[in-house]
Design a protein. Structure first.
Length: 317
C-alpha cells in the first residue's frame, strides 16, 4: 500500500485535518485533504494519518465484461449506436431535412457519381491535401529543430507562430487568393500554412523535451552537432514527429473546405458549398461522411507506421 503512516501526531493533527488549519501539540502539520486517504484515531496521543502520494491510480479491471469483448464487437456496437442516433435525427421534424437516413444519403452519393463529378472532386481534394500536408511537414521539421536548438531563432519565430495559430484559416484565405490567385496554388498554400503551424509546435516540443543528459554525454564523447542530431535527437523526437504527422493530417482535412473556397472548380469542400446553395442535403451529407472516412483511413495508416517505427517505446495499457 502506497503512502506514509505518521504516528504520534496527537489530537492537534486530527483537528488540522478537520479544520484545514495547523493543529497544536506534538507533530503539528498542515495537510491538504485531497492527499489524505484515511485517518485512524486511537486516542489523544496516538493517531494514524495515511497520506496518499500523487493522484489516485486508475483502476482497470481486466476481468470485467467490457474488457472480455473483442475489439470488433465494440466496433459493431459503436456503429449500431451511430445508426440509431442517425435514424432519430432523420425522423425528428427539426433535423430530418439536414440528416436524411442512410438509404437516402447513399442515393445522393450515387447521384453525384452519375453526374460524373464525384471522382473528380475526390481526386482534386486528395491532391490538395497531400501536397499541402507534405509541404507543411518539409517546412515545419527544420524550423522546429532550429527553434529548439538556437535561442535567437526561437525568440524571433515562436511569437509569430503562436500569433498566427490563433487565426482561423478562413480569415486569411482572401489574402492568399490576392497573392497566389484562385485555384490550386491558393488551396495548397492554405493547407500548408495550417499544417505547418500545428506540426512545427509539436515537433518543437519534442526536441526541447529531449533529456539534456544524453546530449551532454554525447558531447563529452566528442560528438558534433550533426552526430548529436542523428544519433540522439532524431530517435528521441521520433514519437513527437509521428504525433505531428497525425495532427497535421487531421488539420489538412479540416482546412479543406476553407482552402477550396478560393475559387476551386472541383473538390469535396467546394462541392459541399455548392450543394449547400441548392439545399441538396443528401449528397452534401454523403460528402461530409466521405471526408470523415478519409480521415479515419489516414489515421489508421499513420498509427500503423507509428507502431512500426516507435515500437521500442514503453506503453501503458
Amino acid at each position: 500500500m502506497r503512502g506514509a503512516f505518521l504516528r504520534g501526531c496527537g489530537g492537534g493533527a486530527l483537528r488540522a485535518f478537520r479544520g484545514g488549519r495547523r493543529g497544536a501539540g506534538e507533530g503539528m502539520m498542515k495537510l491538504h485533504t485531497t492527499n489524505i486517504r484515511r485517518v485512524v484515531y486511537t486516542g489523544a496521543k496516538d493517531c494514524k494519518i495515511h497520506v496518499r502520494k500523487g493522484r489516485p491510480e486508475l483502476r482497470n479491471n481486466k476481468n470485467s465484461w467490457a474488457n472480455k469483448l473483442p475489439a470488433w464487437v465494440w466496433v459493431i456496437i459503436s456503429f449500431l449506436a451511430a445508426m440509431v442516433v442517425w435514424y432519430i435525427l432523420s425522423i425528428l421534424p427539426k433535423t430530418d431535412r439536414a440528416f436524411p437516413f442512410a438509404p437516402v444519403t447513399i442515393e445522393g452519393l450515387l447521384t453525384m457519381i452519375d453526374r460524373g463529378v464525384f471522382w473528380q472532386d475526390l481526386s482534386s481534394s486528395l491532391i490538395s491535401v497531400v501536397s499541402g500536408f507534405a509541404l507543411g511537414f518539409v517546412i515545419a521539421l527544420p524550423v522546429a529543430i532550429l527553434m529548439a536548438w538556437y535561442i535567437p531563432v526561437r525568440n524571433v519565430i515562436n511569437p509569430w507562430i503562436q500569433f498566427i495559430r490563433n487565426i482561423p484559416p478562413l480569415a486569411y484565405v482572401p489574402l492568399i487568393v490576392i497573392c497566389a490567385g484562385v485555384g490550386r496554388p491558393a488551396q495548397v498554400t492554405t493547407i500548408t500554412i495550417a499544417c505547418f503551424l500545428t506540426m512545427c509546435v509539436t515537433i518543437y516540443q519534442g526536441v526541447i523535451n529531449v533529456d539534456e543528459t544524453l546530449i551532454k554525454a554525447a558531447r563529452v564523447l566528442g560528438a558534433k552537432d550533426r552526430d548529436i542530431f542523428v544519433r540522439v535527437i532524431a530517435p528521441a523526437t521520433l514519437p513527437f514527429i509521428m504525433t505531428a504527422i497525425r495532427l497535421g493530417a487531421s488539420v489538412a482535412l479540416t482546412t479543406l473546405i476553407a482552402a477550396e473556397s478560393t475559387g476551386a472548380i472541383a473538390g469535396l469542400g467546394m462541392r459541399i458549398r455548392s450543394l449547400n446553395n441548392t439545399f441538396e442535403a443528401a449528397p452534401m451529407l454523403a460528402y461530409v461522411i466521405i471526408i470523415g472516412i478519409i480521415g479515419i483511413l489516414i489515421e489508421k495508416i499513420i498509427r500503423f507506421l507509428e507502431k512500426k517505427l516507435t515500437g521500442w517505446q514503453e506503453t501503458i495499457n
